[in-house]
Design a protein around this ligand. Structure first.
Ligand SMILES: NC(=O)c1ccc[n+]([C@@H]2O[C@H](COP(=O)([O-])OP(=O)(O)OC[C@H]3O[C@@H](n4cnc5c(N)ncnc54)[C@H](O)[C@@H]3O)[C@@H](O)[C@H]2O)c1
Length: 258
C-alpha cells in the first residue's frame, strides 16, 4: 500500500532535478502525476525513467491559461487534484542598481506569478473536494539573501508570504499550503551556479552543518510528507531543508568537529 494511493498531483518544473525526483517518488507511492515543464526533451526522458502513472505536458507557468489547462487535465484524467507542487524556476542576476527590469519581471513571472497561477487553477477544485495540499518550492533565499541575486531572493521571499496568505484564506476549506525551502541541491540549477566559477562544491558543502549538499530525493521525501495526510496539521509553513546551512553564524572562528 502506497502513501499516495488514489491521489493525483500536478508538478511543475518536473523535467528538472527536484521535480523529476518528486514525480518519481509520488508515482512509487501510488499517485498519478501530471508533470508540467517547458523542457519537453527532458520531460520525455523523465517519463521513460519513471514509467507508469506519469504524463509530461508542455506548460509555461508564466501563462495562466496553460497552467489552468494542466490542472484541468489532472481533474479530467484522474477525477481530482490532491497536490499541486509549484516548483519551476529560472532567474537572472546582477547588482540592484544595474538590474535589467525585463529580466526582473521575467524572474518574478516564473517564480512568483507561476505559483500564483498554480494556486488559482487548483484552488476551485480543491475547495470543491474539501481537501488539497499546495506545495511551492521557495529557497533558503526566501529567508536570507546574497549579492547579485535580487530577482531570485525577492520571488522566493514573496512566495513564502503568498503561501501563508493562502493557508489562512483556505484552511477552513480543507486546503493546506506550505513552502519547501531547500539549501543547495544537486540539480542542473546547482551545476549552472558551479559553472559560473565563483564557488566550488566543496566550499558550499562546508557551509552546511552536515558538511554536504542535498540530494533531490531528500527534497522529494519532504514533498511526499507535505503532500500526504501525514502532514495534515501543517499549513502556512516555510519548511527549511538545508543540511543546517542557515544554522550558523560563526563569530568565533572555532571550527566544527570533522
Ligand atoms: N538546486 C538548488 O540548489 C535549489 C535550492 C533552493 C531552491 N531550489 C528551487 O527548487 C526548484 C527546482 O529547481 P531544481 O534545482 O530542480 O532546478 P532545475 O533547473 O533542475 O529545474 C527547474 C525546471 O523548471 C523548468 N522551468 C523553467 N522555467 C519554466 C517555465 N516558465 N514553465 C515551466 N517550467 C519551467 C525548467 O525547464 C527545469 O526543468 C526551483 O524552484 C528552485 O528555485 C533549488
Amino acid at each position: 500500500m502506497g502513501r499516495m494511493d488514489g491521489r493525483a498531483a500536478v508538478i511543475t518544473g518536473a523535467s528538472g532535478g527536484i521535480g523529476w525526483a518528486t514525480a518519481k517518488r509520488y508515482v512509487a507511492e501510488g499517485a498519478a502525476v501530471i508533470a508540467a515543464d517547458i523542457d519537453d526533451e527532458r520531460g520525455a526522458e523523465m517519463v521513460a525513467d519513471i514509467g507508469g502513472a506519469v504524463t509530461h505536458v508542455h506548460c509555461d507557468v508564466t501563462d495562466p491559461v496553460q497552467v489552468r489547462a494542466v490542472v484541468d487535465r489532472c481533474v479530467s484524467d484522474h477525477g481530482r487534484i490532491d497536490v499541486i507542487f509549484n516548483n519551476a524556476a529560472t532567474s537572472t542576476g546582477g547588482y540592484v542598481a544595474d538590474l535589467d527590469l525585463d529580466g526582473f519581471d521575467a524572474s518574478l513571472s516564473v517564480m512568483l506569478k507561476g505559483p500564483l497561477h498554480g494556486m488559482q487553477a487548483a484552488l476551485p477544485h480543491m475547495v470543491e473536494q474539501g481537501s488539497g495540499s499546495i506545495i511551492s518550492t521557495s529557497s533558503v533565499y526566501g529567508l536570507a539573501a546574497s549579492a547579485a541575486n535580487a530577482p531570485y531572493c525577492t520571488a522566493k521571499a514573496g512566495l513564502i508570504n503568498l503561501t501563508r496568505t493562502v493557508a489562512i484564506e483556505y484552511g477552513r476549506k480543507g486546503v493546506r499550503a506550505n513552502c519547501i525551502c531547500p539549501g543547495v541541491v544537486e540539480t542542473p540549477m546547482f551545476e549552472q551556479v558551479l559553472g559560473i566559477g565563483l564557488i566550488t562544491r566543496e566550499q558550499v558543502s562546508n557551509m552546511a552543518a552536515l558538511g554536504r549538499t542535498i540530494r533531490p530525493e531528500e527534497i522529494a521525501d519532504l514533498a511526499l510528507f507535505l503532500g500526504s495526510d501525514e502532514s495534515s496539521a501543517i499549513t502556512g509553513q516555510a519548511v527549511v531543508i538545508d543540511g543546517g546551512l542557515l544554522n550558523e553564524i560563526n563569530l568565533t572562528g572555532v571550527p566544527p568537529l570533522s
